[in-house]
Design a protein around this ligand. Sequence first.
Ligand SMILES: NC(=O)c1ccc[n+]([C@@H]2O[C@H](COP(=O)([O-])OP(=O)(O)OC[C@H]3O[C@@H](n4cnc5c(N)ncnc54)[C@H](OP(=O)(O)O)[C@@H]3O)[C@@H](O)[C@H]2O)c1
Length: 325
Amino acid sequence: MASAASRTSLLRTRIMDFITSTATLPLLLGCVGVFSLCKLLQWLRTRAYVRNAVVVITGATSGLGRECARVFHAAGAKLVLCGRNAEALEELTRELAASRATEVQTHKPYTVTFDLTDPGAIVGAAAEILQCFGYVDVLINNAGISYRGTIVDTSLDVDKRVMETNYFGPVALTKALLPSMIRRRQGHVVAISSIQGKISVPFRSAYAASKHATQAFFDCLRAEVEQHDIEVTVVSPGYIHTNLSLNAVTADGSKYGVMDKTTAQGRSPSQVARDVLAAVGKKKKDVVLADVAPSLAVYLRTLAPRLFFSLMASRARKEQKPKHC
Ligand SMILES: NC(=O)c1ccc[n+]([C@@H]2O[C@H](COP(=O)([O-])OP(=O)(O)OC[C@H]3O[C@@H](n4cnc5c(N)ncnc54)[C@H](OP(=O)(O)O)[C@@H]3O)[C@@H](O)[C@H]2O)c1
């Protein structure tokens, strides 16, 4: 017993000797210093990239979009806040204008009201934004709706509505703003997808399909516009604590209206918004913002698809309930 204690004490002494030896301590301090300096430089570069930039955010009235508005506003961006609810947009604008922001100069946001399921309104909104600002630096396609239901019970109208909101809407808005970005040889398009754009979970068919389509479209876009110096970032979060499940649509088109436990336990939208800002600043191409289990599931889907499919089938059997599946 005594010899074990003395061995432990000897080991501890040796470790301390090693750390405080003339070579190791300066090396450790140097590494910490270089790491901190890199972080600081990255932070400064992100701030410079976003400061005074015209940043369009869809779905700014709620959840992640609202938090992105706060974070990009505080970083000095000229915001264009988009949503369906003009009153909610005005309320957010007042809140941002009143916020005692950071050391950077902030700008009063501009608001544009339109529905992403209305292609004509999207074209009109893009024209209004370009007329007002002349260009867009960063477009954040954030707005979206989720879905809960079994495929067999879901009307095709519901599938279409989810696709129109989550896929065709962002595609139409991107297409409307892209020519001006190409002419300027400058711009950054962000798609807020989901981990369900990489893996499909039972009873989320329309949502997962819309996010898979989003991932595919913006991956193609990235390749096509790189030659024009335009950046494309696809962000795939796991669960975020927002109203997404409350606002989700069900098989018959009605509102789901339930705060799912998984959503309630999700990441804070402000943390995810800060991660979105960092991803934009670093010009990241593809970012997964999820916990270990969903991140591993993405690899499982690729490396061991049979295992992944049987896990999903077992999950479907467990979760299968007539109404709240
Ligand atoms: N929450 C999560 O767990 C999670 C996880 C991964 C990815 N995401 C993605 O994150 C994005 C933001 O969602 P959220 O979690 O912040 O949900 P949310 O709180 O429900 O916010 C959704 C936003 O999208 C807007 N929107 C919905 N349908 C629209 C339409 N037809 N036209 C225009 N705007 C519309 C909503 O506007 P209204 O206020 O007018 O309804 C709202 O501002 C979505 O793309 C979602 O798929 C969320």
